[in-house]
Design a protein around this ligand. Structure first.
Ligand SMILES: [Cu+2]
Length: 263
C-alpha cells in the first residue's frame, strides 16, 4: 500500500517539536472544513467530529465480538492518515497507561496542559485537553484521584501476553481498555462520547500496540476465517486504482498498512 514504513512511538518518547506538530494537527482537524459563515459555525461538522462519530455509527456494532481489534486497528490507522494529511511526518503515538511512569504520574501533561505554544509561536488552547462533542457540549474528564485502576490494568498484562490464540487474546485485552476509560471518566466513560475525547486516540493506540507486540511473539495467532473475511466498514484502501473496503485480513500485518511500532 505504501513503500515507506513509519513508526509509532510512546508519547513519553516524543520530542518537544513532535508534540507541537501533533497538537497543531489536531487543531487543524478541529477547524476544517471551515464554516461558510458565522451562523453556520455550530452546524458544519468538522473533520475531527466526522472521524469521532465513526465509532458510534460503525464501531459499537462490533466492539464485543472478535472484530474489536481488527476494526479498531483500521480505525486508528484511518484517523492517523487524517493527521498525516495535515502533517505528513507525524504518526499516532500511544500512551501506555499501564507503564510504571503512568501509574506514578497519572494522565500526562500532554493531555492536561491548558495551553501550548504552536509552531507559529502563538500560545493556543491545548487541543488534547478537550474537543467539541455535540453543540454546545465539549468533552470533559473526571480523572480518578489515584491510579489504582491503571495498576489494575497493569496486573492484567502478563496474562494478556501469555494467551496463545487470537480469540483468547482479544477477550483478555478488552478489560484492559475498559479500565483506561474508567480511569479517565467523564466523556471517556460514556460509549457515545468516548471517541470525542482526544485522549481516546492515544489510549487506543496502546491497545493496538499491545496486539502488535503479542503478534510479534505469537506467530500462530489463529485468527478465525470469519474475522479475516469480514469487511471493516467504512475504511477503504486503494487497490488497482479503486477504493475497496478493508477486511480483517488486510490489517493483520501493520506493515501492510504502512506502520510499525518502535518496540
Ligand atoms: Cu476503548
Amino acid at each position: 500500500m505504501t513503500n515507506e514504513i513509519y513508526s509509532r512511538k510512546s508519547i513519553y518518547a516524543l520530542s518537544g517539536d513532535e508534540k507541537t506538530a501533533l497538537r497543531d494537527a489536531f487543531s487543524v482537524l478541529y477547524t476544517t472544513p471551515e464554516a461558510d459563515s458565522q451562523s453556520l459555525e455550530s452546524k458544519v461538522p468538522k473533520r475531527y467530529q466526522q472521524l469521532a462519530i465513526i465509532l458510534n455509527e460503525f464501531g459499537h456494532y462490533q466492539w464485543n465480538d472478535l472484530l474489536f481489534l481488527p476494526w479498531a486497528r483500521a480505525y486508528f490507522w484511518w484517523f492517523e492518515q487524517a493527521l498525516r494529511s495535515v502533517s505528513p511526518g507525524i504518526s499516532l503515538p500511544y500512551w501506555d497507561y499501564t507503564s510504571s511512569r503512568a501509574i506514578a504520574e497519572g494522565l500526562p501533561e500532554f493531555f492536561t496542559d491548558e495551553t501550548y505554544v504552536s509552531s507559529d509561536g502563538t500560545t493556543k488552547a491545548n487541543p488534547l485537553l478537550l474537543a467539541n462533542y455535540k453543540f454546545p457540549f465539549s468533552t470533559f474528564r473526571e480523572v480518578k484521584e489515584n491510579t489504582d485502576l491503571l495498576s489494575k490494568a497493569a496486573k492484567l498484562i502478563p496474562e494478556v501476553n501469555n494467551q496463545t490464540g487470537f480469540i483468547d487474546f482479544s477477550l483478555s485485552v478488552y478489560p484492559v481498555d475498559i479500565l483506561s476509560h474508567s480511569y479517565i471518566g467523564g466523556s471517556s466513560a460514556n460509549p457515545n462520547s468516548a471517541s470525542y475525547d482526544p485522549v481516546f486516540w492515544f489510549t487506543h493506540c496502546q491497545l493496538d500496540h499491545l496486539w502488535w507486540q503479542w503478534q510479534k511473539d505469537h506467530h500462530d495467532h489463529e485468527v478465525p476465517v470469519s474475522v479475516k473475511k469480514t469487511q471493516l466498514m467504512p475504511f477503504t484502501k486503494e487497490s488497482d486504482e479503486k477504493s475497496v473496503i478493508l477486511t480483517g485480513e488486510d490489517v493483520l500485518n501493520t506493515v501492510e498498512l504502512g506502520y510499525r511500532y518502535e518496540s
